[in-house]
Design a protein around this ligand. Structure first.
Ligand SMILES: [Zn+2]
Length: 186
């Protein structure tokens, strides 16, 4: 798609991607915006961020399918239907349950979507886990995967509760996301 909009509604904000379930056919449709994929896109992302976005949408699709498929573990289905019926609720699920899996997958594909010289530069970064007082820590890939996975979950109530209210954590999140955008894919 050239452009993708929140809730697939062109009057709403432009977004990176959406996953939705057709209420009648129950077909799941994933839309990825060209604006994140192409080098001159207005919302251009690094390759590893695009991999994260695709994985993120696949988790939505999986949760929609699980929630709509009554022959898979009845308890699990009713729990999903009650708790994760919308993309927003699914974001809370991802924040609470999927970050370790996203870290693992991104670690496995890292060398396919990044180059050694760029990784070496990123690994030389000093990050600041706290700002006041200022503390230093070396760049850490597990944290990088975690924080880029948080991108797109910013509307999730868990993210608001734990990250937005913690200025040090919010700063570290921004440091990691920015460092990756600056150094990778050059
Ligand atoms: Zn999402």
């Amino acid at each position: 798609m050239d452009h993708v909009y929140e809730k697939n509604d062109p009057t709403k904000n432009e977004v990176h991607a959406t996953t939705s379930e057709d209420p009648v056919s129950r077909n799941i449709v994933i839309k990825i915006s060209k604006q994140i994929l192409s080098p001159d896109g207005t919302m251009r992302q690094t390759k590893i961020e695009n991999a994260k976005t695709i994985f993120h949408e696949c988790i939505h699709a999986y949760l929609f399918v699980k929630a709509g498929n009554s022959n898979v573990g009845v308890d699990f289905v009713s729990t999903l239907n009650e708790m994760y019926p919308t993309p927003l609720a699914q974001h809370d699920f991802m924040y609470n349950n999927m970050i370790p899996t996203m870290q693992k997958v991104l670690g496995e594909i890292r060398d396919l979507v990044t180059k050694t010289p760029r990784r070496t530069i990123l690994e030389g970064y000093t990050m600041h886990p706290t700002i006041n007082p200022l503390t230093n820590a070396p760049f850490n890939w597990a944290d990088f995967y975690k924080f880029i996975s948080y991108s797109g979950l910013d509307e999730a109530s868990c993210f608001k509760e734990y990250v937005l209210k913690d200025s040090n954590l919010l700063s570290l999140f921004n440091q990691y996301v920015t460092a990756g955008k600056i150094e990778l894919d050059r």
